[in-house]
Design a protein around this ligand. Structure first.
Ligand code: NIG
Ligand code: FE
Length: 406
């Protein structure tokens, strides 16, 4: 048995009882906390917490957190961190005036990453993703969802998913795998959508299920990518193999993605830059977590998703990094939280709920992670000395995370 006691915590944030699964609407403004707190961890699980005066005397390791805060780790419920090479040429192309869609139409974008991935070995992909995970952990992230989607062929998608499986086995972080074969049509299937859909549905899905390579299924349902009808067909096929949907929707237009996601009981619909009243209504009373990716809007110069409209309508929201080489080459969750506050007008408490319990739900791990709750995994971090909660997003660009426990 091993135990860690953290004492003299200035504030312990994100306290929830075990029944809490999501936080929505007005509740998002509350981030329950205890000032002058202690936290005891035993065998990797949260054993107890409370006022410092009630702290136990002994533990294998005792840490003094005077002046510092403790938070549950971030859950990053939307990433594409298995990739080869980088795409800064497209970054410069955008500075010169091309749009993300124009670059994609010219064979850049996702197809550019697919070309690079085809030339990379599983070992090379693993090593690069491993470094990205370590970097994310340093920013306080304790759980990561990782998508395929740069393979875009039978062999390529399996290669990516096997790399994700190995990351799951080797990393202490909690990792979920999402099959995103429907990320873009490969050039040779541009005029033959049926041909590619058949590869995804007839060939890849049975193999993925057989090898246990994915937890979720994803589709990029947007203008110029997959239609709502194609998305519906792919999600229904995935459901037959028990893969719950988590999809890309409404990044480039009112694509019908939110509606088709809700219809298919998606665990989350992600991006949502184009969300109007009809889409908000579709999300109400659904089980689907609206997930916003503000660093993508920042990096591509898109409009931001209307977070205030969603929250003020009573919805929950999650935020994630979308870490990928094309539209968000960063796994920095504190920066995403700062953007949520600065650009989407979320309060610090709302942004932190949106980065912890809600994304834990969006990756199906809310019973184990996402809050300070007795019995949950002790994935948490201690900050550097800080004056208040709002200081975290206020000091954007700094890393105030001092020590991470996984
Ligand atoms: O979430 N929108 C679709 N997919 C990714 C971008 C992938 C890429 O450009 O490589 C995203 O932004
Ligand atoms: Fe994405």
């Amino acid at each position: 048995m091993s135990s860690i006691l953290i004492r003299n915590i200035k504030s312990l944030y994100g306290i929830r009882d075990s029944g809490a699964r999501t936080v929505k609407g007005e509740e998002l403004r509350k981030l329950p906390s205890i000032d002058n707190a202690y936290l005891l961890v035993e065998n990797g699980l949260i054993k107890s917490f409370g006022k410092n005066a009630e702290a136990p005397e002994n533990a294998d390791e005792i840490i003094d957190a005077t002046g510092k805060f403790v938070f549950p780790c971030w859950c990053d419920s939307h990433t594409h961190i298995v990739y080869a090479g980088s795409r800064e040429t497209e970054f410069v192309n955008r500075i010169e005036g091309l749009s993300y869609e124009e670059i994609a139409k010219k064979g850049g974008g996702i197809l550019n990453s697919a070309k690079r991935l085809a030339g990379a070995s599983e070992e090379e992909l693993f090593d690069a993703a491993w470094l990205r995970l370590a970097e994310m952990q340093n920013f306080g992230t304790g759980a990561v969802e990782i998508k395929s989607g740069y393979g875009l062929s039978y062999d390529g998608e399996l290669k990516m998913l096997r790399v994700i499986k190995k990351l799951k086995e080797k990393s202490k972080l909690t990792i979920k795998a999402n099959f995103l074969g429907a990320h873009a049509y490969p050039a040779e299937f541009k005029q033959n959508h049926r041909g590619y859909l058949d590869i995804l549905i007839q060939q890849l899905l049975p193999k993925i299920a057989d090898e246990g390579l994915a937890d979720f299924i994803d589709v990029f349902c947007d203008r110029g990518f997959f239609s709502p009808e194609e998305t519906d067909e792919i999600l229904q096929a995935g459901a037959k193999y028990n893969l719950q949907a988590k999809i890309h929707a409404n990044e480039l237009d009112y694509s019908g993605g939110i509606e088709v996601g809700v219809k298919n009981k998606a665990l989350s619909v992600d991006h949502l830059e184009f969300t109007g009243d009809a889409q908000v209504n579709a999300l109400k009373d659904s089980i689907t977590m609206p997930t916003l990716l503000p660093s993508t809007a920042f990096f591509l110069g898109l409009q931001y998703a209307p977070a205030r409209k969603m929250i003020d309508s009573g919805l929950p929201v999650a935020i994630a990094t979308d870490y990928n080489p094309g539209s968000s080459p960063s796994g920095n969750m504190p920066f995403v939280i700062a953007l949520a506050c600065i650009k989407m007008k979320m309060l610090p408490e709302e942004a932190i709920n949106a980065a912890t319990l809600n994304p834990a739900y969006a990756m199906g791990v809310e019973q184990q992670l996402g809050s300070i709750t007795v019995g949950k995994k002790a994935n948490m971090f201690i900050t550097k000395p800080m004056s208040s909660l709002a200081y975290l997003p206020y000091s954007f660009g700094s890393n105030l995370v001092e020590r991470v426990f996984i």
